[in-house]
Design a protein around this ligand. Structure first.
Ligand code: MTE
Length: 322
């Protein structure tokens, strides 16, 4: 992102995917039930080869939303969970082990700002309160790589309704945790930590805006932004903020982490748009994780669902990217 001299995806595949490091979930459940008595309380458990395991990965109950289950070429879990942007834990793609330090138990989500009543939600309860559905979404990073992931979660509009925002609320600001003791990159003072993002209320209420609590049939891997993140498939990936601790309703347009660092490169709208290059590289095509290249589509192919949100914009030019 802003720190890049060249697109970071120019990393060799052999460097990012090490099959030996992949943690076998069945093995985990088997061994943790022997040593710990429960598969749900393992933390930084060591696998056979001495590498760190992934925390608290359990199956979840969900229904498939057929409307969003039409893409067949899903990125393998082994690839998508070993090639991540989570700058709190480092500026390479290989942060999955570092991210296991994040303790996601009893995670709380604060709802603040222009709402009838501020509240603190227990993320574990959200899984029961809102029916989980699976949606297979395309993910297009601003760095020109892409993947397809079966996310589990619920439509954000349900949570917004639950929060009872006032009519004066025009935007939503999302904030990630701040804990430099475990997320050591947060010690770097030149970054405007914590990571934040923003949407208009209309965007957040769009049918595609998804609160994610799981992936690949299980609760979220830490490196994916456990225990709660967004996925906004028509926007560049940096808008899909991870490990959220606060949702604030506001009448002011939030300035996000990346916009704060480089507003000419990472703007508020950040809708996927092959017609507008990033100042330092083309956005016409994307490298697909796992192999191949595809032409990037306007709104990442989700125009039918979202283009009405931007109908008062004069053209598909600069402003959709900025
Ligand atoms: N959220 C936080 N808190 N920190 C981050 O560094 N990176 C963003 C986004 N959300 C990021 C974040 C970027 S640049 C991308 S492309 C996606 O997360 C990557 O999501 P993935 O690791 O699940 O592919």
């Amino acid at each position: 992102m802003n720190t890049f001299k060249k697109p970071r995806w120019l990393i060799r595949e052999s460097k990012v995917t090490n099959e030996n490091l992949y943690f076998n979930r069945r093995e985990f459940i088997k061994r943790s039930s022997i040593y710990l008595g429960s598969s749900a309380i393992a933390y930084n458990f060591l696998s056979k080869d001495g590498t760190a395991s992934q925390n608290n990965i359990n199956d979840l109950k969900f229904i498939k939303n057929n409307k969003y289950n039409i893409i067949s070429e899903i990125t393998s879990e082994n690839l998508s969970t070993k090639y991540n942007n989570f700058f709190e834990f480092g500026s390479t793609k290989n942060i999955w082990k570092e991210s296991q330090k994040l303790d996601t138990d009893n995670w709380k989500l604060k709802i603040t700002g222009l709402v009838e009543k501020s509240m603190i939600l227990d993320v574990d309860n959200l899984i029961n309160r809102f029916k989980l559905e699976e949606r297979i979404y395309r993910h297009r990073c601003v760095e020109a790589w892409s993947m397809v992931v079966p996310w589990l979660g619920f439509q954000m509009s349900k949570l917004i309704k639950h929060c009872n925002p006032l009519s004066s609320a025009k935007y939503i600001k999302f904030t990630t945790f701040y804990n430099p003791k475990i997320a050591t990159e947060q010690k770097a003072r030149w970054y405007p930590w914590p990571y934040t993002e923003g949407l208009t209320i209309e965007e957040a209420n769009n049918e595609l805006s998804f609160i994610v609590l799981g992936a690949y049939g299980k609760n979220l891997h830490n490196q994916f932004g456990a225990p709660i993140r967004l996925h906004l498939p028509w926007k560049y990936g940096f808008k899909s903020i991870k490990s959220i601790v606060e949702i604030e309703f506001t009448d002011k347009r939030p300035v996000s982490f990346w916009e704060n660092l480089a507003s000419n490169e990472y703007g508020f709208w950040a809708n996927v748009n092959p017609a507008v290059d990033h100042p330092r590289w083309s956005q016409k095509t994307e490298r697909v994780l796992g192999g191949g290249e595809r032409e990037t589509e306007i709104y990442n192919g989700y125009g039918p669902e979202v283009s009405a949100l931007y109908s008062n914009f004069s053209s598909l030019g600069d402003r959709l990217f900025r």
